[in-house]
Unconditional design. Sequence first.
Length: 258
Amino acid sequence: MKRLKSKYYLVLFAASFLVNCGSKDDKGDNTAGTQDPMQLSPAEQLTADWNGIYRSISNNVPSSEPLEATARFNADRQFEITLQQDQTARVVGTWSEFQGKNLILKITGSTVSPIGATGKIVEANFDLLGENLRIYSPTFDLRLTKESSSKPSDSAGTANHFFQANWSCNDGAGRTTRVFIDEKWHFKLSTIRTGERAFVAEGDLSSVSEDLAQLKIQSSSDPLAQGSLFEFRRNTNNTTLILTRPESPSLNLGTCRK
């Protein structure tokens, strides 16, 4: 049983990082067709701050110029949508999603009638891919991008270490990884392959030198083998991000840049 469990985690994690999700294993056992637990649910992916543009729709065509918009979907199921050109343009209430396709908004306050009136329940469609989100109905269209984490300000007169930065990594095969390391050596990481959902983790750096930083995982969206960690490896030509795991091959997550 122990050997089977170890094999399961190896296949699961490798599949999440290196191949398309949902593929069946060679034996065709009863794990086929189940959701890869490395992936976040649609509700977890929606929980974030977003910004982009809003248009009202009439007769299947835009009836207004694009307006700058922001949206916030909180983990406690509260939401807020605002239009930046008009500080009074605001929609608030509670939200839920259905089968990764429909967004249900119970509106408790609204001054943007195309989205919905106060006291109404609105069912809109949504498309979510990575950090891009579209919410739309016959009366409105929101096209949004997830806000990235802001970098804390540096201590006065103190320059950051080389590894204290926002990093973007690409493995050249459709996977992108973002890592933010702040001045307190805390990191947040998200990695996603085209067409798949994101895996996220955070923790602290356990060891740092001029050419190596080890990222000790304290929490993650899905379990990893005990002792797994991420490493930034710096040489003359580039900086790479590696996932190291006990008794399993390392995974190269690509070349990174600030």
